[in-house]
Ligand binder design. Structure first.
Ligand SMILES: NC(=O)c1ccc[n+]([C@@H]2O[C@H](COP(=O)([O-])OP(=O)(O)OC[C@H]3O[C@@H](n4cnc5c(N)ncnc54)[C@H](O)[C@@H]3O)[C@@H](O)[C@H]2O)c1
Length: 358
């Protein structure tokens, strides 16, 4: 039997603790170290899920028994910690957004490539069953060629701003577009399957007084193949946390959303015919989430994400969403920031669109 991969968790806050719970449930992974500059948090998480607690993240990043480092600190620390781990030959799974600046994110991708190790971005929403279902419909050709994608993510602020750093653009690099919005920017790329070449959009600060952190971001993207996507990220969604992606193809459509986990879809033999609407309500999933809460759903997505990453590490192959996927999602957000500032449509949005992969 192959030995489990040793995992070090750096950053034992809200999401770090959920990551640790998921590592404990992921076959082939073993939590060997938990580091946080607040030692009491490292001790609490290690006490619950295993591993040696530490207040020295850089030492842990290079530790001999560690194969994979999970970075779950605020975004302005992602690059330094990832670069240390990558330079020590460790694979890295870094929470979103990949970094707080494009330059840092680019450095992280280059370092992974230079050291021959894997960098993965924590875009766990790809593993939500409704999103995976939509992807399968597309892969199976059930809705034809993709024409357009619309995506939305919103939350009401308030308790969602659990930490002051969440709305501090010096820490995150922006506002809603790089917070909840970064997941739907990634999902938009994931479903478009075509590199984004130009971007226009606006940001607005009409409610929350957070300076450079927008409370709403609106984007229009055009791909090399002429597809258009429309994305809206919001911190003024008063009805509560939610996100959805709607994809139209030449032979049908699918709309995947959460919460609740569901997908609506339809197919037709040729364009111009009204489709019969069908639903996938993921009943087993919905019942378990109702009993166990949203945290259970997040753990499931992390377990799926990390199982696939563990397989990729063993086989020596990249597993989407890669570091470059993380960088490109940021490039989409930053293109909107630039358009808002300069009023000029941003061209060549993605760094190297020719090697786009899922
Ligand atoms: N995948 C998702 O859906 C999702 C959801 C929320 C947050 N996130 C991301 O997860 C990350 C963590 O968010 P959170 O809500 O857990 O934040 P948090 O503030 O609850 O936890 C961050 C932890 O990192 C520690 N820390 C700070 N600097 C450190 C350093 N240099 N070295 C080691 N530890 C350090 C802090 O002491 C704290 O315990 C962020 O990147 C955030 O954007 C992802």
């Amino acid at each position: 039997m192959t030995a489990p991969l040793g995992v070090a968790l750096i950053g034992a806050g809200g999401i770090g603790e959920i990551r640790a719970e998921a590592v404990a449930q992921t076959p082939g992974l073993e939590l060997v170290a938990v580091a946080d500059i607040d030692r009491s948090r490292a001790e609490k998480v290690a006490g619950r899920y295993g591993g040696q607690p530490s207040a020295d993240p850089l030492a842990v990043a290079g530790q001999k028994n560690v194969d994979l480092v999970i970075i779950s600190t605020p975004p302005n620390h992602h690059a330094d910690l990832s670069l240390a781990a990558l330079a020590s030959g460790k694979h890295v799974l870094c929470e979103k957004p990949l970094a707080h600046t494009l330059a840092d994110a680019g450095r992280m991708c280059a370092a992974a490539e230079a050291h021959g190790v894997l960098l993965k971005t924590g875009f766990n929403h790809r593993y939500f069953p409704a999103m995976a279902f939509a992807r399968r419909l597309i892969d199976d050709g059930r809705i034809g060629e993709i024409i357009t994608v619309q995506a939305y993510a919103g939350h009401p602020g308030g308790v969602e701003f659990g930490h002051d750093w969440v709305h501090d653009s010096a820490v995150t690099g922006g506002g809603s577009l790089v917070d909840n919005g970064i997941h739907i920017l990634d999902l938009t790329r994931f479903f478009l399957d075509d590199p984004v070449v130009s971007a226009t959009g606006y940001i607005a600060n009409l409610v929350w007084p957070f300076g450079n952190a927008e409370d709403n971001g609106y984007a229009l993207f055009r791909t090399a193949g002429g597809k258009v996507a429309q994305v809206h990220a919001s911190w003024t969604q008063w009805r509560g946390y939610r996100f959805w992606v709607e994809i139209f193809g030449t032979r049908g459509y699918v709309k995947a959303s959460y919460p609740p986990m569901m997908a609506e879809w339809g197919q037709m033999p040729e364009p111009g015919i009204r489709t019969k609407r069908r639903w996938n309500l993921f009943p087993a999933f919905q019942i378990r989430e109702r009993l166990k809460g949203w945290r259970w759903t997040v753990v499931q997505s992390f377990v799926e994400e990390m199982s696939l990453f563990a397989e990729g590490i063993r086989a020596g192959r990249e597993v989407p969403a890669t570091g470059r996927d993380g960088l490109r999602a940021m490039q989409l957000a930053h293109a909107i920031y630039r358009f808002s500032r300069e009023g000029v449509e941003v061209k060549d949005v993605e760094d190297s669109p020719d090697d786009i992969k899922r």
